[in-house]
Design a protein around this ligand. Structure first.
Ligand code: EPZ
Length: 423
């Protein structure tokens, strides 16, 4: 297994290109199941999860090709063709929970699906009950057997009014895609509002879907008989943007994040400003620099537009070297503090009490061998290594490769002393 070695203490200066969002690309690829015509996605990030979703769509019978577009370097995916297999097998789903996003499109398009239950991961049990209840409200017959979800709707799905008890991102995406081909009107109330959902909705509308309330917590979808092909650019990754903003801040450097969009950072930009980090938006991106010292700033993770759970670990690494204290409360997932013991091994002073962690800033962290556990915890350890005195080796970086493209190359190009040690 590959490792990443970092020798810390070097301020970052330069430019980092922000690519398409993993958490937009995955549902957008699943939307390719909603039509036989070509759905062409551009600004596709080169990530392990995108490769896994490619394999999943191909085993459903779809052609997923990378046209050799000059200059796009494999960042264009052309998806299309008839569905020949409605089963999403365990050996793929267990590698990537987002595989559940094929469920709604398959049932809506061909009236049946057999999808392995995703199972949990290190950050939580990750249930999918809201996905299943919504499909049942739309007339699907859902059963669980042998670790698989079987969902059928031989007469097609019908529109329904679905009140989500929690604004689940994945459930909103699954049900919105299913509703596009249902008979009649579907209302999703208390829908999630993440920018990736608005990006998916915009793509669906360009395919002929009829969706109102995009960007709000109430989506109204008028089902249509069929959808057609489209070409859609994947929205920039706000979590990648926030991650590299923290990298600039924790090293005391100044970095231009080309393609980053301040509007999508919302609460993260506010918390970074409170911590003493300046973010200036230009037409081609955002420039981030630390003004003076780093101050403690409390955050509580919440559904968008609140502080995103996917930025909690990265912000905690930043707060570990602030000149004050910070309280970080995780309200979305039940076990998303796996980075804490690893940061503490680097000299951080973090105490976890239930769903809150109190961070007392220290003048400097010290490098150490550390273990990556999940995607965002992994990158928080890289951030800590960039600021630490001495050498840090992050083990099990396959977690990182699922959601961050060429992280060591991007950071090295800004002056970091970082390299990948092939495992
Ligand atoms: C998406 O996961 C993202 N993944 C996650 O990013 C992100 O952390 C999460 O949304 C929250 O923003 C993708 O988009 C591929 P949820 P998802 O459904 O859809 C509970 C990353 O690091 N819940 O909003 O699974 C659930 O247990 C990943 O890029 C139910 O109870 O998130 C959790 O506590 C990690 N029943 C909460 O809702 C359900 O049916 C949020 O889950 C569904 C969810």
């Amino acid at each position: 297994m590959d490792k990443i070695r970092i020798r810390g203490g070097r301020p970052l200066h330069g430019e980092i290109i922000i690519r398409g969002a993993k958490n937009a690309g995955l549902p957008l690829m699943a939307a390719g199941l909603l039509t036989d015509e070509r759905v062409v996605l551009t600004n596709v990030p080169l990530l392990e999860d995108i490769r896994t979703m490619t394999a999943l769509l191909r085993q459903h019978g779809l052609a997923v090709e990378k046209p050799n577009n000059e200059g796009e370097a494999g960042r264009v995916l052309s998806i299309g063709g008839p569905i020949t297999n409605t089963e999403a097998p365990y050996d793929i789903v267990r590698k990537m929970r987002a595989s559940i996003l094929v469920l709604g499109p398959l049932v809506a398009r061909v009236g049946e699906a057999r999808v392995s239950l995703p199972g949990g991961c290190s950050i939580g049990t990750r249930p999918v009950d809201l996905h299943l209840k919504g499909l049942e409200q739309m007339g699907a017959v859902v059963s669980l057997d042998g670790g698989y979800i079987t969902a059928t709707a031989p007469a097609g799905l019908r529109g329904a009014t679905i009140l989500m008890p929690f604004p689940s991102v994945g459930a909103t995406e699954n049900l919105m895609m299913a509703a596009c081909l249902a008979n009649g009107q579907t209302v999703i109330a208390n829908a999630a509002r993440e920018p990736e959902i608005s990006d998916l909705a915009a793509c669906l509308v360009s395919m002929g879907a009829r969706i109102a309330g995009i960007g709000t917590d109430r989506l109204t979808i008028e089902g249509v008989d069929r959808l057609h092909g489209t070409t859609h650019p994947i929205v920039a990754d706000r979590i990648e943007t926030g991650t590299y903003a923290c990298a600039a801040a924790i090293t005391g450097g100044s970095v231009h994040l080309r393609g980053g969009r301040l509007a999508h950072l919302g609460a993260v930009a506010q918390s970074l400003a409170e911590a003493g980090v300046e973010m200036t938006e230009q037409e081609d991106g955002i420039t981030v620099r630390r003004l003076n010292g780093l101050h403690g700033a409390d955050v509580m993770t919440e559904p968008y537009p609140g502080f995103p759970t996917d930025m909690q670990a990265q912000f905690m690494a930043l707060m570990s070297v602030s000149d004050g204290a910070a309280m970080l409360t995780e309200t979305i997932f039940e076990n998303r503090f796996m980075h804490v013991p690893e940061l503490n091994r680097m000299g951080a002073r973090i105490n976890v009490h239930g769903s809150s962690a109190i961070v007392r800033g220290v003048p400097q962290l010290s490098g150490a061998p550390v273990m990556a556990t999940d995607l965002r915890a992994s990158v928080s350890l890289v951030l800590a290594g960039l600021a630490a005195r001495g050498e840090t080796v992050v083990n099990r970086v396959y977690h990182l490769d699922r959601g961050y493209e060429a992280v060591e190359e991007k950071l090295a190009a800004c002056g970091a002393d970082i390299e990948r040690l092939p495992g």
